[in-house]
Design a protein around this ligand. Structure first.
Ligand SMILES: Nc1ncnc2c1ncn2[C@@H]1O[C@H](COP(=O)(O)OP(=O)(O)OP(=O)(O)O)[C@@H](O)[C@H]1O
Length: 571
């Protein structure tokens, strides 16, 4: 909890003010039964109208004081809770951004979303309640006991009887609640995951007519959530009746003894009324406590889930390193005996891979699906660290570069084009901060998408729907390429990013890219594309089985010859 609640620190003064205001409310609450006793003993019983008026005015004044304190407390409490939630959410988001890919893959996306939404809300609510009422409840209990003891110790002692039992009972319930609500939040993760998958794959779901199936999959996880939430709440709902029974028993005992005391003249009626009033307030505070304990148990479970993220030290990117780029090495890439396996697995996806690319060269990477092409590319911007061997970019081991400098040298187009909600110009200039419209247009022209964009009614201001749904696959791919081209980077990596382009457009794209001095690594399935490259790297099950020009491989690699023959690219 400490890591999460350290985010309250910047708001300690508003929090302290809120707590002080809460004490004002508490003071009024505890003073009221005394005043009622005064009205009875000094006003009603001796029929003294002035005393009734006097105490009435005091009571009215205190009520207004409590009202003002309550409103101001709400203002400060919500300010603290909302600001805390805002800061915590940003800190979590930044922390996730700093994760290495390996750490990132440890958490399902849906779970990260739940942690940044529902979990934060739970904790925020409890913080608000704490400042508003949580501390008040135990203080009302303690204060009521003290006041009742002061009014009439013999009567008040009966109210104390149930307290130890209730405290033990509440501690047990909180512990149980934390366990149960951890399960509930994990169930919520599952609901979010299925929801996310089904919505993302909506076209697939429709095409395969799997609506019913998806609905039942959703129903299953939603029902698990419902069952476990009910289970958790049922346990928690035990708190209230147990509390009431215990407190009412204590009250009955106090009444029974108190009325005997009044009859025998040892106590005044006002004393009895005040003690009963304090007992009622204690019961109310305990019930409030029960309500808060449910929220607290839930928030504790949520806070622990957030701490799982906040407290990760290893597994975040080590960003510091060399910043100076040596001119004579720009755009060079070399793999030296690189072996790689994904963290947590025991299979080498790349084995002893060695090759080099000189400045401005174009390397085509080919191989069957699963051969390790994407994995190889992901080692260049250091998404993962190699298991053995070294990867060099611009003459230096990628591990020694400052991560921002390294990634700044690379334009990366992933296999799946991803567009963000916003305009086309936003999407392309996402690749380079503060890019001018001319730069966006030039990159788009190079990526062969400029004329298509110009033909849209809003041209570059056209809004791209969620995940780019209002654009064709080929258009999305070309916008992704434009986003990489605008960076004017030393190295351009295209991971099968032209698969949706027609032959003519693709040829025009390669022609435009040929004018660049950028070093290019292009994953492709097409021999037609590979043959124009300076070198072709042929991968098979993570091993290099061919490296050379199209002609060299045609004469030296049976596998390449087979691929070329299947695509009728043999002369
Ligand atoms: N995050 C991961 N964790 C564990 N294994 C992975 C992960 N990503 C990929 N793999 C495995 O690594 C191997 C190589 O995958 P990779 O995506 O590099 O192949 P590829 O040649 O790019 O294939 P494709 O042409 O189909 O994209 C595959 O066997 C795959 O199962």
């Amino acid at each position: 909890m400490r890591a999460v609640f350290s985010y309250v620190k910047p708001y300690r003064w508003p929090a302290i003010i809120a707590l002080m205001l809460m004490f004002v409310e508490l003071f009024v609450e505890l003073a009221q039964p005394l005043i009622i006793a005064k009205i009875i003993d000094e006003g009603i019983l001796p029929s003294d109208g002035t005393a009734i008026w006097l105490w009435g005015i005091v009571m009215l004044f205190l009520s207004f004081l409590a009202l003002g304190a309550g409103i101001t407390n709400s203002y400060f409490s919500s300010h603290v809770a909302q600001s805390f939630g805002f800061d915590l959410r940003n800190a979590l988001f930044r922390k996730i951004q700093s994760f290495t890919m390996a750490t990132y893959l440890r958490f399902p996306t849906s779970s990260l979303i739940t942690r940044l939404t529902s979990d934060i809300t739970q904790v925020q609510n409890v913080l608000f309640m704490s400042l508003r009422i949580m501390l008040r409840a135990p203080l009302v209990v303690i204060g009521s006991i003290i006041m009742a003891l002061l009014v009439n110790a013999k009567m008040a002692i009966f109210l104390l009887l149930g307290v130890p039992f209730l405290l033990v009972f509440l501690i047990i319930m909180v512990k149980k609640g934390i366990t149960y609500f951890s399960v509930v939040q994990a169930r919520l993760d599952r609901v979010n995951r299925v929801l996310q998958e089904s919505l993302q794959a909506i076209r697939l779901v429709k095409a395969y007519m799997r609506g019913q199936y998806e609905a039942s999959r959703f129903q299953k996880v939603a029902s698990n959530l419902q069952v476990d939430t009910v289970k958790a709440l049922r346990i928690m709902e035990l708190i209230m009746p147990v509390l009431l029974v215990v407190m009412n028993l204590c009250l009955l005992l106090a009444l029974w003894f108190g009325s005997a005391e009044v009859r025998s003249g040892n106590a005044q009626v006002g004393d009895l009324v005040a003690v009963v009033n304090y007992a009622m307030r204690m019961t109310g505070a305990f019930s409030m406590f029960a309500f808060i304990i449910i929220a607290f148990a839930r928030a504790k479970a949520s806070a622990e889930r957030m701490e799982d993220i906040l407290l990760i030290e290893e597994g975040t990117e080590d960003r510091a390193g060399i910043k100076e780029i040596e001119e004579n090495q720009i755009g060079t890439i070399a793999f030296h005996n690189v072996t790689f396996r994904y963290p947590g697995t025991n299979v080498d996806v790349l084995s002893d891979v060695s090759f080099s690319v000189s400045q401005g060269q174009k390397l085509a990477i080919m191989g069957a699906t699963g051969a390790g092409k994407s994995t190889l590319l992901s080692l260049i911007p250091r998404f993962y660290d190699v298991t053995a061997g070294e990867v060099y970019v611009n003459g230096r081991n990628v591990a020694s570069w400052d991560l921002d400098i390294l990634r700044g040298m690379i334009g990366f187009v992933p296999q799946q084009s991803m567009l963000f909600t916003g305009s086309i110009v936003n999407n392309v200039s996402w690749g380079k901060q503060n890019a001018a419209l001319e730069e966006v247009q030039a990159a788009a022209a190079q990526a062969q998408i400029h004329s298509a964009v110009e033909s849209f009614p809003d041209a570059y201001e056209t809004k791209v729907g969620q995940k780019g749904v209002n654009l064709s696959g080929g258009q999305k791919q070309r916008l992704s390429i434009a986003r990489a081209l605008i960076r004017k980077s030393h190295i351009l990596i295209l991971d099968d990013s032209t698969s949706a382009l027609d032959v003519k457009t693709e040829a025009a794209l390669w022609d435009a890219l040929a004018e660049e001095e950028t070093t290019m690594l292009v994953v492709t399935q097409k021999v037609r594309t590979a043959r124009d490259a300076d070198r072709i790297l042929l991968l098979d099950e993570g091993r290099v089985v061919g490296f050379g020009t199209h002609e060299e491989l045609l004469s030296g690699s049976e596998l390449y010859k087979k691929i070329a023959a299947s695509q009728q690219e043999v002369e």
